[in-house]
Ligand binder design. Sequence first.
Ligand SMILES: C[S@@+](CC[C@H](N)C(=O)[O-])C[C@H]1O[C@@H](n2cnc3c(N)ncnc32)[C@H](O)[C@@H]1O
Length: 420
Amino acid sequence: MERGKEASYSQSCRHRLASRFPSAKVSTSVMVVVLLSLLTFKWTEFMSVASYAYNSATFNSVKQVGDEDEFAFGILGVPWCRTRTKNMVNWTRAELLQELFVFVEIYKTRPIVNNSNGMGFDHSFGLWFIARKLQPVLAIESGVFKGHSTWVLRQALPNVPIVAISPKHPGHYARKGSAYVDPNCQYFTGRKFTDFEDIHWSSVLTEHNVTDASAVLIFFDDHQNQLRRIEAVRKFGFQHLVFEDNYDTGTGDHYSMRQICDQYHVPGGGHDCSDGEHEALVRMRRQGRWEKAINISELCGDDGDWWGVQGYARDNFGHKHRKIPHSQHFENGRYVEEILDAYWEVPPAASPLLTDQTRYDPARTVSPILLSGDQALFQELGLEDVPRNAFNAYTQMAYVKLLIPTDPEEDLLYQQVPSD
Ligand SMILES: C[S@@+](CC[C@H](N)C(=O)[O-])C[C@H]1O[C@@H](n2cnc3c(N)ncnc32)[C@H](O)[C@@H]1O
């Protein structure tokens, strides 16, 4: 979509939102108006929205066994990465709603209609939203596949160069179906493929006239150990990262931010591997309902090792994995906490009661933008026209802002996890 059209569409959406929520401007007052106009939902849901600065601390309590609602969000804990600075991302629900109106129309024009094995609706919106908010001077993506995420970045950043890294060029997929190849993108693909960590970034930034690495946004969807990726980006002074597959503890094929931050001392973090205990019983019940919910024996290895995936830090699509002791996992969490400035998980667009999604378990998820009572808003947004399976790929996409290293010695805190 051209910039002008997008802007005028955005304006018209703002008018629609403003007529729905008079005096709508992105401010605290609109939050109040939005909240008042949505007072049809249950008290528990209201509490979740009221704390919609996305601070996980609100999701740390596990309800009593037998008390849980299959659609209740966060009742099995949502471990949230702590930051030394205690900074939080203050993107509000009102802003997310406003941008959803714009994005639904853009999503309808996607060139790759079926992006299975790639991003669905929730993460496409999340990436677009974050990129629009940050307005970087250059975007880098690692893990391109057919090019859907490149297209999403392009919609958010019409004039910004993109650098895309992936073993195969997206054009490769055009032979069998749809693909997106961007005209203003430097591809490190095919014979030019080089892993992110081996690219000479100072030369690439110079080529694009970028003098400030902290004005660059990096999007990782390459299924590599995210701790390894963080270590690599810090060497070049990059600060703004989005991780697509931020897998929950016990799941997925790489050690993720969510897994690293799942610690006993973090609200909503840590696990109890005892059979027959509270967590085991709740998990057992939820497993029948949600495809990605795992029971306690899948969560915990033979020795009761629950961190990462049964005590392993996985890497490179699960082809590599290394068992790490709990002390190492704890140190990894400490290291990340020391170097993080902000952490934010993209919320799902809408409750599964509206989207019919069947995969992620709300019990381990932040509250969605639209709650179960928001049927009218769901329709007004046009979300009913989005194919139902596009809501099945949510894996806690995270925006991560790193502090600029001041003292190279500080990274010695971290004993690197060998990836093999
Ligand atoms: C899940 S797909 C990416 C989906 C894509 N971002 C989307 O939704 O449109 C993962 C991609 O990462 C690529 N990949 C594998 N190893 C990689 C590496 N070391 N660096 C970058 N990409 C890698 C795969 O070939 C695959 O295309």
